[in-house]
Design a binder for this molecule. Sequence first.
Ligand code: TRP
Length: 332
Amino acid sequence: MERIFSGVQPSGNLTLGNYLGAIRNWVKLQDDYESIFCVVDMHAITVWQDPEELRRATREVAAGMLAAGVDPKKNILFNQSNVPAHAELGWVLNCVARLGWLNRMTQFKEKAGKHKENASCGLYVYPNLMAADILIYKATHVPVGDDQKQHLELARDIAQKFNNDFQKEVFPLPEPMIFGSATRVMSLRDGTKKMSKSDPSDYSRIAMTDDADTIAKKVRKAKTDPHPIPESVDGFEDRAEAKNLMNIYAALSDVTLADVCQQYGGQSFADFKKALTDLAVEKLSPISQEMQRYMADPAEVDAILKEGGERANAIAQPVMDEVKDVVGFLRP
Ligand code: TRP
């Protein structure tokens, strides 16, 4: 049976980037795969999180998934820290992965910045925990955004080295599933930077909980350029902001970027922004309303996560036992 695992971090508010790049695709996959979706709270604390805010954000991410259409009966939806095997396998994989492999990870370099010595040890071994997330379920497919490709290649290397070191085919090598044009939604203020929950400017992102007025204001203020909309995809050179807005439109309406160029080519951005606002409000407001409903009822969200955690644990525990036996840990 083909099995999907994917995760979203509960840090800050969910953005349009999380929706178009991850959650929306999961909803499409849930009918064809056995799917395990995880709120990765243990990854979140690799940088400082306020405890109360972490709890809130964990529920919000779960609410976002549920509101977007993830079915918690058909799939497993849970938070990572509630299934101990992630941390247990994470430790074993810390001892499989090589320093040289982690030193190549571009996300660590970006996140640690100039003050590498001050970064948490967790931030450094973050990719090993991510490998554990996937391998503890022997997942075969992992839907991720573009920026996670390198981490997934590392997970494959770790799986391969583990199998090879112990001469047992314990882990299947997980396949990345990278999605179409809007897998990378960029900042509304700077089209070369990813749309991020942690950007200091609120105008750089659309949050999944933004109401219609807020969406309209943010789209209106989004950076563009003075040129008309290009008529083909060749017309985006040095126009990262223009491309980003049109990519968002394409993703929200489920057409290609080329289709959007054909439809709006030659028009002004003022007109296009109106169309984009209407489309974004139409697609997002039902989701944000449903999210508010879940957020107002944390007990319902917690019950769903609890049940998901129990089902996840039932899969993970026997795999952890198998790993212990293979590694040589005594289970008295
Ligand atoms: N690192 C991923 C991100 O920031 C989140 C994540 C953690 C993940 N574990 C995972 C994604 C396992 C896919 C599979 O987007």
